[in-house]
Write a protein that binds this ligand. Structure first.
Ligand code: 5RP
Length: 293
């Protein structure tokens, strides 16, 4: 209990100095509440304003994906270089040491696997468990244009946004692109915008070579790109560079990191592009220098 007598009297009031209002600069985020901003600033590095998220949640629809058969052996060595880990609660609880202290983008939607039609999903992880796991973000699949499951996945997204807003946890809307849909700027801009209009604080989408700047321009919240299928390392670095140059605020990459010949070197090369503005060739040289032969 504070003493009642003999206290040093308060007098340093800074009279005449206006109180500073520090703007939260992340795209679209200035009007969010403090907890939401705090979580987002764990995901997006406040200095560069960008993020390198490592996605290794593929098992929830694909089972033991190449590179993810033994997460303890292949993913743990990469984690220290990631800004944020995107994974399922099953992997998080069983394989990721909590001492890593990295922000988690928790896969919270769950449903059909690659053995069936994808995207028949629900919110499989309730908000209480996301809070228990100290999630910084909740990742929900959204299948815009899917004839069967578009409405269902948008309802899942909205549920996540509702509960997330209640507790200050942002939702990452993950745009799933069905086989019958074309990954062009027109489609991707629409899908990203629909997800953002429904209130997602971050959108994950694929990159497209033509017109990607329209996708980011028309989306009022940060976009991070998925890497997609494995490309040669230089190609993947070029894609990351082009996406950032065209307004993406980061990557949420999986296979192009953990299926690289040297994943630890690759994630550092990707960081060089995203956070240090490196050109693809310079990042590729860095990759080759770091690569253990
Ligand atoms: C799977 C996902 C993945 O996280 C996403 O596709 C990113 O991984 P990759 O870079 O391998 O495409 O959402 O459900």
């Amino acid at each position: 209990m504070a003493e009642e007598t003999g206290n040093k009297s308060a007098r340093d009031y800074g009279i005449g100095i206006p109180q500073k209002n520090v703007l939260y600069e992340l795209k679209g985020a200035n009007n969010y509440d403090w907890g939401m901003k705090d979580r987002l600033s764990r995901v997006f590095n406040p200095k560069s304003g960008k993020t390198v998220m490592l996605a290794f949640d593929h098992g929830y629809i694909m089972g033991p994906t190449s590179g993810l058969e033994r997460i303890d052996l292949t993913i743990l060595p990469i984690l220290e270089h990631a800004d944020c880990l995107m994974c399922t609660r099953g992997v998080l609880r069983t394989l990721i040491p909590p001492t890593f202290n990295k922000p988690i983008s928790l896969r919270t939607s769950a449903g059909t696997t690659v053995l069936n039609d994808l995207n028949d999903e629900c919110i499989g992880v309730e908000i209480e468990d996301a809070i228990r796991l100290n999630a910084s973000m909740m990742a929900v699949m959204c299948a815009i244009g899917d004839k069967q499951f578009e409405g269902l996945t948008i309802r899942n997204l909205c549920k996540s946004i509702e509960t997330g807003n209640r507790y200050g946890i942002p939702t990452l809307g993950v745009n799933a692109v069905g086989k019958e849909l074309t990954r062009d700027a027109r489609y991707l801009a629409m899908a990203a915008r629909v997800v953002a209009e429904n209130g997602a604080q971050v959108v994950k989408t694929y990159y497209c070579a033509e017109g990607f700047e329209q996708v980011t321009a028309a989306c009022p919240v940060p976009i991070v790109i998925a890497g997609g299928k494995k490309l040669p390392e230089l190609e993947a670095l070029k894609m990351a560079r082009s996406a950032i140059d065209q307004g993406a605020l980061g990557v949420d990459m999986g296979r192009n990191i953990f299926q690289a010949e040297d994943p630890v070197a690759m994630i550092q090369a990707v960081r060089h592009v995203v956070h240090e503005d490196a050109k693809p060739q310079a990042a590729f040289e860095m990759y080759n220098d770091l690569k253990t032969s």
